[in-house]
Design a protein around this ligand. Structure first.
Ligand code: UDP
Length: 264
């Protein structure tokens, strides 16, 4: 009856499709699927700063699962199918659009610097920005003109992406506000999901404290990757606090950092 047993593919024998700074993509169990593996690596300033932080991948996998599942549930399409284990999730294979889509509610980071705004200033309205995903060029900011002229996305796709970004921002802002956290800004990615001849734009990649700025409403404490970028320490504690408030981690539970690890 051996044929009834699920086929076991050791992690290091799966076909690796892509390795990024914080994640690895493997071939999925069925055509059109991939496995997204969250590593413990933290990078900033275009990978000039790099550290391995035990347990970060486990937390981001759980937090991103929670956010993507809720987005799916309210009808915002994403690539997420389900979480597989501590560090991995099953996703739909999409054609990634080479843009980082940043939505901002409050001035911080590069916007505060570029326009000389004080960090923490509420913006007159939410602002969407596009950056061209290209490490060699340091992800330069681009306009809709560049995006359409160079064919990275069509005008219709840009409209779809902006509509998605606004829905994601509204949902996340409300969700985090409910647990005493201010969503200052976040980065999302979008992909083309093909279903036969039909294509739609879906939210892809991850949404986690690595890609959001999350400030505690009362203390203004940073509960995101700025703890790493700005050498503030306590990154795992901050990410765990986000997970706890979302009800992913129990009150006195700590993340088990010693889950399955990436076999290099
Ligand atoms: N961000 C990201 N990946 C990047 C650049 C930015 O996830 O490669 C996120 C970042 O965490 C923040 C938002 O996008 O939540 C806006 O980042 P900003 O442009 O202020 O750049 P930074 O100050 O992070 O360099």
């Amino acid at each position: 009856m051996d044929f009834l047993k699920p086929r076991y593919t050791p992690m290091n024998r799966r076909r690796r499709i892509y390795e990024g700074k914080a994640k690895v993509l493997y071939e999925g169990p069925e055509p059109g699927t991939l496995i997204q593996h969250f590593k413990d690596d933290a990078t900033a300033f275009n990978a000039k700063k790099h550290e391995v932080i035990d347990g970060k991948g486990v937390l981001n996998n759980r937090i991103s699962e929670y956010l993507f599942q809720h987005l799916n549930d309210i009808g915002v399409p994403t690539h997420f199918i389900r979480r597989l284990n501590m560090r991995e999730q099953l996703i739909r294979e999409v054609e990634i659009i080479p843009l980082e889509i940043v939505v901002r509610n409050v001035a911080a980071g590069s916007l505060a610097q570029r326009l000389g705004l004080e960090e923490g200033t509420q913006l007159p309205r939410s602002i969407i920005e596009f950056y061209y995903k290209n490490d060699a060029l340091n992800d330069p900011m681009v306009s809709e003109e560049h995006i359409t002229a160079f064919g990275w996305a069509t005008p219709q796709e840009i409209d779809d992406i902006m509509a998605l970004a606004i829905r994601v921002n509204d949902f996340l802002s409300g969700l985090f506000l409910g647990v005493g956290i201010r969503l200052v800004d976040f980065k999302m990615e979008a992909g083309r999901l093909w279903e036969g001849d039909m294509m739609r734009i879906v939210v892809a990649d991850e949404i986690s404290p690595d890609s959001c700025r999350l400030w505690d409403i009362k203390s203004q404490d940073k509960l995101d990757k700025d703890r790493f970028r700005r050498d503030l320490g306590g990154l795992i504690e901050a990410y765990s606090e986000v997970a706890r408030r979302l009800g992913i981690l129990g009150e006195n539970e700590n993340i088990q950092a010693t889950g399955p690890r990436l076999v290099q």
